[in-house]
Design a protein around this ligand. Structure first.
Ligand code: FE2
Length: 221
């Protein structure tokens, strides 16, 4: 009989697993106690507009500039989720940093040559620390797609740099329904592009002006 294991036969291993399960050492396959192994969130490039000239806004609300008087233009958006490890356990104390273009596709970055106007009430750079439950949340606006050449557009996206205890992930979150997904070399470089695309949920009670995007992030820890 063909064996799947060079040392122990498959039947021997199954018998041993059943004995360990009966002894309460191994969880039954498919049970709520079975070992969960989640794929690490896919990397994406840092991009040229990482805000090297400023410190992130740590208020959790990017729709207002500290000391400013107005609110950012565009569709208000809550971006939230959990930072978890491959076993699904929360990564507390992770530093979640985001940066993004404004509502007309312009970054507040000196190297951005897009002629679209800056928004004085939007710097598009923030950071928060996850709580003990691994959760993070930002108030921001939905960015617009922007041109990278006269004939090529990037789909709307928000950049993330997430630093856990011993892993750092740089990625981008995209929005369902964007017409530029299929032609975007960066999104399409992902093994599973759909996993980086979120849908916008309707506003939650108490925040009627904010659409909601949920983006969970898996780090090694
Ligand atoms: Fe970008």
């Amino acid at each position: 009989m063909k064996s799947d294991n060079p040392v122990y036969g498959r039947r021997t291993i199954l018998k041993a697993s059943a004995a360990l399960f009966a002894a309460g050492i191994l969880p039954p396959a498919g049970s709520a106690f079975a070992q969960m192994v989640l794929n690490r969130t896919q990397d994406q490039i840092l991009g040229p507009f990482y805000p090297i000239m400023s410190k992130p806004n740590r208020s959790g609300d990017l729709t207002r500039v500290p000391g400013g008087s107005g609110r950012a233009k565009g569709q208000l958006l809550i971006v939230k989720g959990r930072v978890i490890d491959p076993a699904g356990k929360p990564v507390a104390g992770a530093d979640v940093e985001i940066w993004q273009a404004n509502a007309v596709g312009r970054y507040a970055h000196p190297d951005d040559t897009n002629p679209a106007p800056l928004d004085p009430n939007f710097e598009g750079f923030g950071a928060v620390i996850t709580g003990t439950d691994g959760r993070y949340q930002f108030k921001t606006i939905k960015p617009s797609p922007y041109p990278v050449t006269p004939t090529r557009m990037r789909p709307a996206h928000i950049h993330f740099d997430v630093r856990g205890r011993h892993d750092e992930l740089i990625t981008q979150m995209y929005f369902e329904g964007d017409p530029y997904h299929k032609t975007d070399a960066f999104l399409q470089s992902a093994t599973n592009p759909e996993a980086l695309i979120v849908k916008l949920d309707p506003p939650a009670p108490g925040e009627p002006d904010f659409m909601v995007a949920e983006f969970d992030i898996v780090l090694r820890g």
